[in-house]
Design a binder for this molecule. Structure first.
Ligand code: PLP
Ligand SMILES: N[C@@H](CCSC[C@H](N)C(=O)O)C(=O)O
Length: 440
């Protein structure tokens, strides 16, 4: 390289903040591409900040206000609702991890969807799935009832079903994959392409809570906005509520930031710090959780239960899921054929806590129709073919043999299986056999 080339390159790179120390604070967009990109496992734990004491762990700036040096204000931060160094640091870290130009953090996953849906105006149309998290369904119903928004629920597992619904009023297409709790898979690139072809102003939004950035990057597949409940895998310990929004378009980022500042739902400094700590172990937690989930799904399937899990080859959309994602996640559901039997199973476990939510290091068991999805009325649940007996398992990091043993005992106690000399089989001892494969 000639000296001339070197000086030209030097001048160009002098503008780049390769260390990431000078990244602008929130509310300015973060610039995650301004440094070397490592493997995700490294990026999760590797953070840099410009703390004056070089603290290894980003400090919690537990303050509402920031003193200014002049009467005309203009400091980097003035008021925590508008921006806070701990929150800014988390936002930049998440933008990097979520493959986004900018990330914003708010007080819950529903808070994130609330911020996003404030982009809508009366008369706008939203297209979404027919298997949706109950809280999402509830917010959309509220907007349809009180906000003049038209909401279409369609089968998002079939790209062709969205085409007749798309029109020039379509403002948003909102997707979940895998869906919660029926674990249906949605073709993100297919739907994003069909949406943008039909209406270039329509925004494709993906709720990535079930996968996390460890397993799926919807922005790389054509989505315009990704949001997640940080309450789940991102934090991993069920000790905080948070919502994360990630975008690539700076103008869209500004509009979303405006609403967060205007409405005051930005994540608190302490919760930002907790989430930052949780994110560091996302990779190791998720790997353990999904290997446990795979073993549990295989165990239940081997008994003859109808199991919904994208890690199982029997999942009808197995290929589609793996064409987009790097793993199957740690949420699965199965049916027993009998609501009372399902209730007894849920109540008979010891290690599996009866609780809503997922993504935690502890394993959880629940009946979605009674718990997480109870806000969807029974008639709508029936129309959407949600089995009332469905049991959802959210798998943690415990010893997998302990988890299987606990589940096996609960299945026997609940009368969900028939015990024979050569193994146990799905189906009640009264002869109602659901499967015929013996357990090793
Ligand atoms: C798929 C999905 N999206 C969004 C949410 C909302 O997140 P939060 O509880 O943090 O508001 C939940 C659960 O609550 C969820 O399961
Ligand atoms: N009572 C809550 C239920 C929260 S469900 C949490 C989570 N998304 C899950 O799927 O388990 C409510 O009304 O929102």
């Amino acid at each position: 390289m000639s000296p001339l080339d070197k000086s030209v390159l030097g001048a160009a790179f002098a503008k780049l903040d390769l260390s990431g120390n000078d990244l602008p604070p929130s509310p300015a967009p973060s610039t995650p591409t301004n440094g070397r990109k490592y493997a995700l496992a490294t990026e999760l734990v590797y953070t840099e900040h410009s703390d004056q004491y070089n603290a290894s762990s980003m400090p919690i700036y537990q303050t509402a206000t920031f003193k200014q040096t002049s009467g005309s204000g203009g400091g980097e931060f003035d008021y925590t609702r508008s921006g806070n160094p701990t929150r800014s640091h988390l936002e930049r870290h998440l933008a990097k991890i979520m493959s986004a130009n900018r990330a914003l953090v708010v007080s819950s996953g529903m808070g994130a969807l609330d911020v996003i849906t404030r982009l809508l105006k009366p008369g706008d149309e939203v297209i979404t799935g027919d298997d949706l998290y109950g809280g999402t369904n509830r917010l959309l119903k509220y907007l349809a009832t009180h906000g003049g928004i038209i909401v279409h629920h369609i089968d998002t597992t079939d790209v062709s079903s969205i085409v007749p619904v798309l029109n020039d009023k379509t403002a948003m297409v909102l997707l979940e994959t895998p869906t919660n709790p029926l674990i249906k898979i949605v073709d993100i690139p297919g739907i994003a392409a069909a949406t943008h072809a039909a209406n270039s102003t329509a925004i494709v939004i993906v709720d990535n809570t079930m996968m996390s950035p460890w397993l799926l990057n919807p922005l790389d597949l054509g989505a315009d906005i990704v949001y997640e409940s940080g309450t789940k895998y991102l934090s991993g310990h069920h000790d905080l509520m948070a919502g994360v929004i990630a975008i690539n378009d700076p103008a869209l980022g500004e509009r979303l930031y405006f609403t967060i500042n205007a409405s005051g739902c930005g994540l608190s400094p302490f919760d930002s710090w907790l989430l930052l700590r949780g994110v560091k172990t996302l990779g190791v937690r998720m790997e353990k959780q999904q290997s446990n989930a795979m073993a549990i799904a295989a165990f239940l399937e081997s008994l003859g239960f109808a199991v919904r899990y994208p890690g199982l080859k029997s999942h009808p959309q197995y290929e589609l899921h793996w064409s987009m994602a790097r793993g199957a996640g740690a949420v699965l559901s199965f049916e027993t054929g009998d609501v009372a039997v399902s209730e007894r199973i849920v109540e008979s476990t010891r290690l599996w806590a009866i609780s809503v939510s997922f993504g935690c290091v502890n394993s959880l068991i629940s009946m979605p129709c009674r718990m997480s999805h109870a806000s969807i009325d029974a008639k709508t649940r029936a129309e959407r073919q949600m089995p009332e007996d469905i049991i959802r398992l959210c798998v943690g990091i415990e010893d997998v043999d302990d988890l299987i043993e606990d589940l096996r005992t609960a299945l026997v106690q609940a009368g969900a299986v028939t015990v024979k000399v050569d193994g146990i089989y799905a189906g009640a001892p009264d002869g109602r056999v659901l499967g015929d494969t013996p357990v090793e």
